[in-house]
Design a protein around this ligand. Structure first.
Ligand SMILES: [Zn+2]
Length: 323
């Protein structure tokens, strides 16, 4: 657990600290984090008592235009399903392509990896998304009839229902497991959420215990030793303090997986041009660089590709399976 001077992943005693800034607030508030000399993890020294206050209202953006109360007609459902299958590159879908030309999807491509994972698994059983926020996309999918996705998040205001089904549960992962039948769960997603959880080892062990032998776990998480950190130090968005309670190095991830009996089935380093630009904008003040030039974009694309090849991305996406 946190609020101790032991590394929550490798148990090493911790002494060295660094100060990280809360870049969301205007006050530039600083928080102390331990650095683990053994595995390279960094973790918050003390969890703020009012942690939920740092999840500002706009943290989870809810795009209501997708999920108004109206039911979709059968034909609309049919067309939108084809469009999303095409848009998220789940399959080559000519009808979906045509629908997308006439009425383009508003979604960003960045979430593709999580959506691919969802479609790979939801025909076999329920996919749980731990730390989903009030994920409008899962609500939208339920409206389309893709109902094998369930979200869990203790920081949302209320449970969320679509067509009479509970889609997002306001609770912790442990509470969900305790109070629900988990027999039909096929996969669990931690889509940028495990770093918000103070007991990652217990959480992954619990995941292991509820998954069937062919079950999968998606882990997308920021890393503290990628290329952006090397260029700009600790002051960029993926460090998102204080709500990121810990941020692993690649080595930390290896220790974590070993302890929880998971192995890596698929490994994707995820640096993307837009993320690097985001860091860059935060590194300088936005007013200094209203638009990135073509040369700058080229430079960032190269960096992004290089970091992927060299294994020094700032985010990692892993599909895990049971040992
Ligand atoms: Zn450690």
């Amino acid at each position: 657990m946190l609020n101790s001077n032991k590394c929550l992943i490798c148990d090493e005693n911790l002494n060295e600290t660094i100060e990280l800034t809360d870049w969301r607030s205007n006050e530039n508030k600083k928080f102390e984090y331990y650095v683990c000399k053994n595995c390279g993890n960094i973790q918050i020294k003390e969890i703020p008592e009012n942690l939920s206050d740092y999840y500002s209202d706009n943290y989870y953006s809810l795009q209501k235009s997708y999920i108004n109360d109206k039911q979709f007609s059968k034909i609309k459902k049919f067309l939108l399903k084809h469009r999303e299958l095409y848009f998220f590159k789940i399959k080559k879908d000519i009808l979906g392509f045509l629908v997308n030309v006439i009425k383009p999807s508003k979604e960003k491509h960045r979430e593709n990896f999580a959506i691919k994972f969802l479609f790979d698994n939801m025909n076999k059983g329920i996919v749980l998304d731990v730390g989903s926020g009030d994920n409008w996309l899962w609500q939208y999918f339920h409206k389309l009839g893709w109902t094998n996705i369930i979200g869990i998040d203790p920081f949302i205001n209320n449970d969320i229902f679509i067509n009479g089904h509970k889609v997002i549960y306001k609770c912790t992962f442990d509470e969900f497991i305790k109070n629900n039948n988990c027999d039909n769960i096929q996969a669990v997603m931690f889509n940028h959420s495990l770093e918000h959880i103070a007991n990652p080892i217990e959480t992954l062990k619990l995941t292991h215990s509820i998954l069937p032998s062919n079950g999968k776990c998606l882990l997308r998480i920021p890393l503290n030793n990628g290329i952006a950190k090397r260029l700009w130090g600790y002051q960029f968005p993926t460090f998102d303090v204080p709500i990121h309670l810990w941020i692993p190095s690649i080595n930390t991830i290896n220790v974590l997986l070993q302890k929880c009996n998971f192995i890596i089935n698929e490994n994707i380093y995820e640096n993307e041009i837009d993320l690097l630009m985001e860091y860059y904008k935060n590194f300088k003040s936005e007013s200094e660089i209203p638009n990135l030039s073509k040369i700058q974009k080229k430079y960032f694309n190269k960096l992004s590709m290089m970091s992927y090849v060299l294994g020094i991305s700032d985010i990692i996406g892993l599909v895990l399976e049971k040992k």
